[in-house]
Design a protein around this ligand. Structure first.
Ligand code: C2E
Ligand code: MG
Ligand code: MG
Length: 563
């Protein structure tokens, strides 16, 4: 061994010893950005031990959206000789993202190797993978940071509160603004929320027009509400303005809760707030006590985990009916938790699961159950087809898409008998990736639907970016169209657009003969709703189809009343 090599080894050893005082993980990277040496608990952080990392590009350990940032930091450091506390992200083995802070040195200049230390970061990451309209982090990323901050401030004897704020009817307001005003709105809202939050960095965007921020307990809700209302007024001085409503959750009881459970409870509260519809933002008695909220959240997650582990999930089927002939085209498989009341909606539990990595297992379980249903005597004798819901979050998880495509390749017989409904498209982070997934499914001979389609601009954006076969029109959107004076014209134009795109339309939540007639008049191809039966385990209950008489031409010819 030459002397220079010895010196380098000693240097490296010194560096390793020193760097471990600061870092969780250490890497030595060659000028091609491949790992030459790795140390630290890589198995826990990355799911791979150090020898498995050697020779691999470091960027491979990061979410694809963040790799360009890393490459930029890397090449800049080759010139400056160092990296100082840069925010980077790493993929967690379970599918999430780790926020890291990185510092490093080119020990012997840019022709040798970069020594890079990384440690878990408390700072908010501005990763494209976390991109929101405001640039604030998502509820998921924020909940972990907020959990840490609350605990730290508590230890210092300070009280905090979580504020949940909603700008009512935000989307129609936003649509009315021009580009310049939209940019100003974004900057002002983001600045106001940050300024009122702890350390100026403890605010999150939950959905369009819905925010959350952690602040010291003396700010008061009225103050925050007035600030946001003023911002809106300043950008639209002659408009009617926007009502801002909100809710505060005190964190006194957080002392009794572990940091991890606290993060789960905060996420649960934010999700409940995000999912409230209309103007009813009352968080109910739970909001009084964060400890109760955390317990409920943890219990619900444990329940779902146990349900998944024991596969205690049933399918409830609901027919999708041809709007003109009244023939059943296929059935939608809806999940029912065995221990809940048979008619109880799984929606709340699913939205919570969507915030965890469990959604991938959950959606895969539902696909497997639906395949088993297709093989059951009731379904196979008549070659019935089934629609399965896939969360927008799973669509972006390679662990899900890879496993699903493998499963479908093994079960080729299912071609043409499954429709995949992408729900909550707002949770799809990367639309190009979602489109590649939809293409892969369609190439395999399956149909893809966009669920929850509403009249909002976002829905049209998804429709233009993801190639689908079917659009499912949200029941609420149908109801508003029925009520609004121009609703008929809008819905007809939408079904016409879909026809031109070769996309079929399904109108959801059809529960009266008049609504069926309205949808049919507006050109919807299929209908689904309680008028043709509530979801049921046994599809025999839909034969004969309830309300079958509504499809006989004589019914409407005679003025639409046989009762
Ligand atoms: P979705 O996919 O849009 O499903 C339609 C929902 O509307 C079902 O609620 C159904 O019971 C309900 N529905 C059908 N007809 C009517 C009607 O005439 N009136 C009213 N008021 N409601 C009607 P459900 O089963 O409670 O499911 C709610 C949501 O939960 C689903 O909305 C879907 O987003 C999600 N979901 C259900 N099962 C699964 C699943 O297996 N996987 C995933 N990822 N999501 C699921
Ligand atoms: Mg659906
Ligand atoms: Mg739907």
């Amino acid at each position: 061994m030459s002397t220079t090599a010895l010196v380098a080894r000693t240097d490296r050893d010194r560096f390793v010893a020193l760097a471990f005082c600061w870092a969780d993980l250490l890497f030595e990277i060659d000028p091609q950005m491949n790992v030459v040496f790795a140390a630290g608990p890589t198995e826990i952080f990355l799911g791979k031990n150090p020898p498995q990392l050697i020779g691999r590009p470091l960027a491979e350990l990061m979410p694809p959206a963040d790799r360009p940032t890393f490459r930029r930091i890397f090449s800049r450091s080759a010139r400056s000789g160092r990296i100082d506390n840069e925010a980077l992200t790493l993929n967690r083995p379970s599918g999430g993202i780790l926020a890291m802070s990185a510092s490093g040195y080119w020990l012997d200049g840019p022709d040798c190797n970069l020594f890079l230390g990384m440690r878990r970061s408390e700072a908010l990451i501005h990763s494209p993978a976390y991109k929101t309209w405001s640039g604030l982090p998502t509820a998921r990323a924020f909940s972990r940071l907020a959990g840490q901050k609350i605990k730290r401030l508590h230890a210092a004897g300070k009280q905090t509160e979580l504020a949940l704020l909603a700008l009512v009817e935000f989307e129609p307001f936003y649509e009315r603004l021009d580009d310049g005003a939209r940019g100003q709105l974004r900057e002002k809202i983001t600045a106001a929320l940050k300024a009122s939050s702890i350390d100026g960095e403890s605010a999150a965007e939950l959905a369009a027009g819905r925010y959350s921020l952690l602040h010291e307990a003396d700010i008061g809700l009225a103050n925050l509400v007035a600030q946001l209302e003023d911002i809106v007024k300043s950008l639209d001085p002659f408009g009617p303005g926007i009502k801002v409503v909100g809710s505060l959750i005190g964190m006194e009881a957080a002392v009794a809760v572990s940091q991890e459970h606290l993060a789960t409870g905060l996420l649960f509260a934010m999700n409940r707030f995000r999912n409230t519809r209309g103007n009813n933002f009352n968080m109910g008695p739970l909001s009084a006590n964060i400890a109760v909220l955390c317990r409920t959240a943890v219990m619900e997650i444990n329940d779902v985990q146990q349900v998944l582990a024991g596969a205690r999930i049933d399918l409830a089927m609901q027919p999708i009916v041809d709007a003109n002939s009244g023939e059943i085209d296929h059935y939608e498989a809806l999940c029912r938790f065995r221990d809940a009341a048979p008619s109880a909606s799984p929606y709340r539990a699913i939205s919570l699961v969507e915030e965890t990595d469990m959604i991938v297992d959950f959606d895969l379980t539902m696909v497997k159950k639906s395949l088993a249903w297709l093989l059951s005597p009731a379904a196979s004798s008549r070659r019935l087809s089934v629609a399965v819901n896939i969360s927008g979050r799973s669509v972006g998880a390679p662990a899900f898409t890879g496993a699903l495509l493998r499963l479908l390749k093994e079960q080729r017989w299912s071609r043409g008998r499954i429709i995949f409904e992408i729900t909550e498209a707002a949770q799809v982070k990367d639309l190009s990736m979602a489109n590649r997934f939809a293409r892969a499914l369609r190439k395999e001979g399956h149909l893809v639907a966009l669920d929850d389609f509403s009249a909002g601009a976002a829905s049209f954006h998804y429709l233009s970016r993801i190639e689908v076969d079917v659009v499912k029109l949200d029941g609420m959107a149908i109801r508003s169209a029925e009520k609004a004076s121009k609703g008929r014209a809008f819905l007809s134009a939408l079904t016409e657009l879909c026809r031109r795109l070769n996309v079929k339309t399904v109108a959801e939540m059809i529960d009266t003969p008049e609504r069926l007639e309205f949808c049919r008049d507006c050109g919807c191809d299929y209908v689904q709703g309680y008028l043709f039966g509530k979801p049921a385990a046994d599809v025999a209950s839909f034969s004969p189809l309830p309300s079958a008489h509504l499809f006989r031409p004589e019914y409407w010819a005679e003025g639409g009343s046989w009762f």
